[in-house]
Design a protein around this ligand. Structure first.
Ligand code: KIV
Ligand code: ZN
Length: 434
């Protein structure tokens, strides 16, 4: 029952483990419109995809995988609309996915006509499970699929006007023996022969996340150390979240040397999703690194995301969830209120308010309503904070305790969160109308 899965043991490494954090943001590639979209109960319509594309551009993505144009009419029409209506900013590169099959590659390039530039993303499955169960092919036969696809992509790129960069993914990389993953990537690289002006992306997906993050990171390091043409290869991460470690996989993978990350907003994607770029980017921000993505209006981004994907962002979702900056409990509220006062007194000090990793205002979260909320767990500090913020009332020390109990009592009896107006009513009933 607990037999070990197919992942290979970590390649021994300590090189990256000594680093404290990532030095610089990676190149971000959004796969919302492809991996994210293909996992939705109702995939986005053409109009919805257009709106979502604009959202990604506004957030600051410079690489956006727009779909699998040979897979459906909507995907094809969407790509055509982007090109024909001139909707792709000059500093944004679109990316398209293709399987390694002749007619699919042909259709992909047909869909790309008129594009100024694009990344053409070729993939085939390489894992032991897929080779044995799905394709029933030998290693050499699987390599042949990748190599013939790479040649065809190159041939069509030469025939088609535009600037094309190539990307290869050994799909199900994490279920593949490292030696075989390396061999197949190198055979593809030998076809494409990357150079300074023609870099190739090797994307190493945790299609299914199967191991602890340090194992994935060691696999990434192994590939970086042994890939051909390594100076001209961009190693890219594509973690899924099956073990709930997508973010950790990406962070450790970057420490191991990867310079590019594919993921989605709020981690939408197949099964448990792709790695959540909002969390990854804001984790960097919390370490003092500019992630080069703009989440200053995160609540608005969340609203658009929820409307277009018909998915809900969990209330506990890092940074974006409704409750993630909220304190109900008395001691937390007290510490936050004191921390906020301290920050007001010393505005030049670094952000270090207890319990709040970053200043919620930096991502468009409001103090009122987002941070201190009152229920039966709350304390006099938080209750006093609400009265002061909303009504300018500062209670004398002797009153705070008894008023705190009065408010908690009402919340406890009614089993209800209390809004500022209700707290004010309790204040009036207890201390004004007597
Ligand atoms: O998860 C995956 O392996 C993919 C590939 C197509 C890159 O989405
Ligand atoms: Zn994927």
């Amino acid at each position: 029952k607990y037999e070990r899965g197919y992942f290979t043991p970590p390649v021994k490494s300590t090189k990256w483990m000594e680093k404290e954090y990532i030095d610089a943001p990676p190149t971000w590639c959004s796969v919302d419109l492809r991996d994210g979209n293909q996992a939705l109960i109702i995939p986005m319509s053409l109009e919805e995809k257009l709106e979502y594309f604009q959202l990604l551009v506004d957030v600051g993505f410079k690489e956006i995988e727009v779909g699998f144009p040979a897979a459906s009419e909507t995907e094809y029409a969407f790509l055509r609309a982007l090109i024909e209506q001139n909707l792709i900013p000059d500093d944004v590169t679109i990316q398209v996915l293709t399987q390694s099959r002749d007619h699919i590659i042909e259709k992909t390039f047909e869909a790309l006509r008129g594009a100024k530039k694009a990344v053409v993303h070729l993939y085939n499955s390489t894992s032991v499970a897929q080779r044995e169960q799905v394709f029933r092919k030998t290693e050499e036969e699987i390599i042949k699929i990748a190599v013939s696809g790479a040649k065809l992509v190159q041939k069509y790129a030469e025939k088609t006007e535009g600037n094309f960069q190539f990307q290869y993914s050994p799909e199900s990389f994490t279920g593949t023996e490292m030696e075989f993953a390396l061999e197949i990537c190198n055979r593809v690289l030998d076809v494409w022969q990357p150079s300074e002006n023609n870099k190739v992306i090797i994307n190493l997906p945790a299609t299914v996340s199967m191991s602890m993050p340090h194992v994935y990171a060691s696999q990434i390091e192994y590939m970086i150390d042994h890939l051909h043409y390594s100076d001209n290869v961009i190693v890219s991460l594509h973690p899924h979240n099956d073990r709930g470690t997508g973010v950790a996989d990406a962070e450790l993978g970057m420490l191991a040397g990867a310079k590019r990350v594919e993921g989605t907003l709020f981690g939408n994607g197949e099964r448990t999703g792709n790695v959540d770029i909002v969390t990854l980017a804001l984790n960097m921000y919390s370490h003092g690194i500019d992630p080069k993505l703009n989440f200053e209006k995160l609540p608005e981004i969340k609203k658009i995301y929820e409307r277009l994907t018909r998915m809900q962002v969990s209330q506990r979702h890092p940074y974006g969830g409704e409750l993630v900056f909220t304190a109900f409990s008395g001691s937390h509220q007290d510490a936050i209120a004191k921390g906020m006062n301290y920050k007001e007194e010393k505005p030049e000090s670094k952000w270090s308010v207890p319990y709040l990793l970053i200043d919620p205002k930096d991502i468009g979260r409001e103090y009122e309503g987002d941070i201190i909320r009152i229920n039966s767990q709350s304390g006099k500090g938080g209750i006093g904070y609400i009265l002061k913020q909303h009504y300018g009332l500062e209670l004398p020390l002797e009153m705070r305790e008894s008023f705190g109990y009065a408010v908690k009592d009402v919340s406890d009896k009614n089993h209800q969160e209390l809004q500022p107006a209700q707290i004010h009513d309790i204040f009036t009933e207890n201390y004004v109308n007597i």
